[in-house]
Design a protein around this ligand. Sequence first.
Ligand code: SF4
Length: 215
Amino acid sequence: MTKQQRYQFVIDYFEEHAPEAETELLYDNPYQLLIAVILSAQCTDKRVNLTTPALFRKYPNARALSKADVDDVFDLIRSISYPNNKAKHLVGTGIMLEEAFGGEVPLTVEELVKLPGVGRKTANVITSVIDHQPNMAVDTHVFRVSARIGLTTNAKTPLQAEMQLIRNFPKELIHKAHHWLILHGRYVCLARSPKCTECGLKPVCKYYQTVVSKK
Ligand code: SF4
């Protein structure tokens, strides 16, 4: 099987079984998505979704957040991982959005990564979710699942995986493929015990064929 055939099988599978894949973070606008994604680093979407309603009520936009007291933000997000750093990042992000971007969330990776707490992965999420730009955020799920299936080969870093994935997925599907792989990693291709028996990708999955089926 060629790599392109493997990609096509994966695309067809997810188009049929997860046509509407999207982020599980709750948000109403780009500002809220940005804040939620910053909070989601090393934390579950579920936990973030429990936390953001109160945060957004008190700080509904960049202007409000730019004037926030870091300790107050900390109190609102204390149940999330790394609340200290994240509280500082959120207020810093509010300030920079106000001062450099007119209170709006910029929609280029280059501008987004200037914001405190925003790395390439977060910037890729924002631009692909809000604007459907062909950017692939590679988190731990995407990295693991792509390698197991064989969509990536010998990728040592998230950036290497990202480059391979965007080279091989059709441009117009990249924003969706990101969610396909994340959700598959979250619910089926689990890190410690992948649920291979119930996975429809078995026929093309390298890990299944070389490891699981040989046990
Ligand atoms: S067959 Fe198993 S290892 Fe391969 S993608 Fe499915 S769950 Fe993951």
